[in-house]
Design a protein around this ligand. Structure first.
Ligand SMILES: NC(=O)c1ccc[n+]([C@@H]2O[C@H](COP(=O)([O-])OP(=O)(O)OC[C@H]3O[C@@H](n4cnc5c(N)ncnc54)[C@H](O)[C@@H]3O)[C@@H](O)[C@H]2O)c1
Length: 335
């Protein structure tokens, strides 16, 4: 049983805390939040509480941290927790720059602790099947991804919420939902070579932008077309096209309250298949994979090179949003 502390008891920290109740692999022993008012939530969860991150990571009763804090803090908190020999599950994005993600990964490796990231879409059963088909060659050469993750959960947020700030959430919807699709795209088509993004405020009061269109050119030659909108009702779709066939996953609801998926596969010279998937909790599956990795039972299924490749591409997306130009991704191999 991995004894964990949640750092940040806001929307997602509370969501994760709720999922861990009665879990056989992970138990929540402490909660940390800068706001003393969150102590009441910790009491209801039956855990101890502190406002002091350092005290939590130096508590011998804590073996792991689950970081649900603002994006700009992720890198430093990963490094501090790893140096205190705590396993780290960090919410997405792992960091906001390539330099920081490399620092975070290095700190975890130097201290021999597991590192996991909150990209739960990787754990959705139809996405697992899509990755299996791709790896087995059933789709042929992978050509192009088309994906959309949109929602309207932020439209009623206070304008000064950190999630709407340029510092914490550059390129509007990118750190909210787009980064999940970038992660899957890099996982399938490999590192990105160039990106071109357009972010505009069109349908809401979200000054940081509510509508994002992103074209990612992968080194493999394939493309990913990513759409992320924060001013329209929920949409979740991930499709990959290959030289032998394509697979398309449609989400019925946001990962906060999954309602299942539909996987459509169209292979050349075969009948098109449409398969319904019942609801499954991918957020919890991701946390359990983290516990397995921390205990040495199984490697964490997202390779660290893909974590770094995703953030390297993300950094270029931020540059492209500012410049309005195509930006080259720094994967560490440029002179
Ligand atoms: N995987 C997903 O699908 C998903 C969904 C929602 C949010 N998230 C991620 O979860 C993270 C948190 O987002 P949120 O929407 O819950 O934000 P939030 O503002 O609701 O919660 C953040 C909490 O962290 C606390 N906090 C800030 N700095 C802290 C510190 N140094 N120590 C302890 N507590 C601190 C704040 O007081 C707040 O309660 C972000 O990385 C976000 O991208 C992921």
């Amino acid at each position: 049983m991995l004894k964990a502390a949640i750092i940040g008891l806001g929307w997602w920290g509370r969501t994760i805390a709720g999922l861990l109740k009665g879990n056989s692999k992970l138990s929540l022993v402490k909660c940390v939040d800068l706001s003393p008012a969150a102590g009441q939530v910790a009491a209801e969860l039956g855990t101890t509480f502190t406002t002091d991150f350092s005290a939590a990571i130096n508590d011998p009763a804590v073996q792991a941290v689950i970081l649900c804090t603002p994006h700009s803090q992720h890198c430093e908190q990963i490094v501090q927790a790893a140096n205190a020999k705590k396993h780290v599950f960090c919410e997405k994005p792992l960091s906001l720059s390539r330099a920081d993600v490399l620092k975070a990964v290095a700190a975890c490796n130097a201290n021999g602790v597991a590192l996991a990231v909150g990209h739960e879409k990787r754990f959705e059963p139809p996405i697992v099947e899509l990755f299996r088909m791709a790896a087995a060659g059933e789709l042929g050469t992978l050509l192009q991804v088309e994906a959309n993750f949109s929602q309207d959960k932020f439209v009623s947020m206070a304008a000064d919420n950190w999630r709407l700030s340029e510092k914490e959430a550059p390129a509007g919807p990118m750190t909210a939902t787009g980064v999940h699709l970038l992660d899957l795209s890099v996982g399938l088509l490999g590192p990105a070579e160039s990106v071109c993004v357009r972010v505009r405020q069109l349908g809401s009061g979200l000054k940081n932008g509510d509508t994002l269109g992103l074209l990612v050119g992968h080194r493999s030659g394939g493309n990913s077309l990513i759409s992320a909108i924060l001013a329209t009702p929920f949409e979740g779709r991930f499709a990959v096209y290959g030289s032998k066939g394509w697979a398309d996953v449609r989400d019925k609801a946001h990962p906060e309250a999954p309602q299942g998926w539909v996987l459509t596969v169209n292979s050349r010279n075969r009948e098109k298949t449409v398969r319904e998937y019942p609801p499954a909790n991918a957020v919890l599956a991701n946390l359990e994979a983290f516990a397995d990795a921390a205990a040495g039972r199984a490697p964490y299924p997202v390779p660290q090179e893909q974590m770094s490749a995703n953030i390297s591409a993300l950094e270029a997306v931020f540059r492209s949003a500012r410049s309005g130009n195509i930006e080259i991704v720094n994967n560490g191999d440029r002179q």
